[in-house]
Design a protein around this ligand. Structure first.
Ligand SMILES: NC(=O)C1=CN([C@@H]2O[C@H](COP(=O)(O)OP(=O)(O)OC[C@H]3O[C@@H](n4cnc5c(N)ncnc54)[C@H](O)[C@@H]3O)[C@@H](O)[C@H]2O)C=CC1
Ligand SMILES: O=C(CO)COP(=O)(O)O
Length: 321
């Protein structure tokens, strides 16, 4: 919708014929974006060749679990000069790869044609043109600026960054913390607990990101603290809502069934736990969330464990010392 508002002819690919027909006929997407009216410049299609051929910018926003498959389908049609942007927040499970790595592999692209778009940006608000700010990161200043030009509007402000690792790690890990925030709110814990989760969650994001080679300043920016705040506090967040439902005593399977939309933080909790071990960093909130999600630990016991951890120094632990 943002690209169409900026005057681009947008081809929107979906595997779902009924959804494509609804978008083209009624300019609506009732399952995913209730009440939104989509701009006329969007032409939906189930034909990947038609969607990708000749496009100067291709935006991938499939759930992380589907990214490799969708990129494989798009690869034969990608224009030699196109830049590729993604807005997906997660890692590939099993390989623990970041999304730009998956795209580089499937599209045979060098990093200077790849951009990640991230930041506090719930679709429900963007489509209503409510003021939103995001960051586009690429190893190439030129590619980041091309993406900035394409997306920036008077309601959608786009900053550039060169720290692809930091932006991707922050966007993925904040979903784990949002699950925790939903659990905390659902259990009736207060504002102090949520502020603690956000702050110590940011410490975990920074610790893992720094170990993976990120710029620490990224975590104070839109993709870091910005997205962490919105996902832990917004009624739109699926991760927050999933956490709140778990606190009501629903099983993980029931929560995911009721949601009917991707809750990236669930898979990311397993992946981040593996990455923490691989990089030798401590991620105690992630560990406790893993125990709650996959090992049937009661959320109150998880909180007891977190509160009873050995005494530490705030800034030394954050720095990973
Ligand atoms: N919804 C939001 O406000 C934001 C979402 N994101 C990220 O965007 C990504 C996608 O999220 P949403 O669109 O919100 O999820 P969603 O669950 O609302 O929609 C996912 C879409 O992908 C399609 N899909 C799923 N598996 C597929 C496959 N194998 N092949 C083709 N299509 C497939 C579904 O049919 C559906 O249309 C996630 O990584 C999320 O973290 C990022 C920023 C904001
Ligand atoms: O990343 C998001 C907003 O910036 C979307 O978060 P949820 O997937 O929790 O809805």
């Amino acid at each position: 919708a943002v690209l169409a508002d900026n005057g681009f002819d947008v081809a929107l690919w979906s595997r779902n014929e009924a959804q494509v027909d609804e978008i083209n006929t009624h300019r609506s997407n009732s399952r995913y974006l209730k009440e939104a009216v989509l701009p006329a410049g969007i032409a939906a299609t189930t034909d990947m060749k038609q969607a990708v051929t000749g496009a100067e910018l291709v935006l991938f926003v499939a759930p992380s679990a589907a990214m490799r498959d969708v990129a494989k389908q798009a690869a034969p049609f990608l224009d030699a000069a196109a830049i590729v942007v993604h807005a997906t927040k997660g890692f590939e499970s099993g390989t623990y790869k970041r999304m730009t790595t998956v795209l580089a592999e499937e599209l045979s692209l060098p990093s200077d044609r790849l951009v990640v778009l991230s930041g506090p940006s719930h679709a429900e608000e963007v489509v209503r043109k409510l003021p939103t700010t995001v960051v586009v990161a690429s190893t190439s200043k030129d590619a980041a600026e091309r993406a900035q030009d394409a997306f920036i509007t008077n309601y959608f402000r786009v900053y550039t960054n060169t720290d692809v690792v930091g932006v991707e790690v922050a966007g993925a890990i904040k979903n784990i913390i949002a699950l925790g925030a939903g659990l905390s709110d659902g259990l009736g814990f207060g504002d102090n607990a949520k502020a603690a989760l956000l702050t110590r969650g940011l410490a975990e994001i920074s610790r893992l990101g720094n170990a993976m080679g990120a710029n620490p300043l990224t975590f104070a920016g839109l993709a870091g603290v910005g997205d962490l705040v919105v996902t832990c506090t917004s009624k739109h967040s699926r991760n927050w809502r999933a956490g709140a439902m778990l606190a009501e005593g629903l099983s993980l399977e029931d929560v995911l069934g009721r949601m009917g939309m991707v809750v990236e933080g669930v898979r990311t909790t397993s992946t981040a736990r593996e990455l923490a071990q691989q990089y030798g960093v401590e991620m105690p909130i992630t560990e406790q969330l893993y125990q709650v999600l996959f090992q049937q630990l009661g959320p109150r016991s998880a909180v007891e464990t977190l509160m009873g951890r050995g005494r530490t120094h705030e800034t030394e632990e954050t720095a990973g010392i």
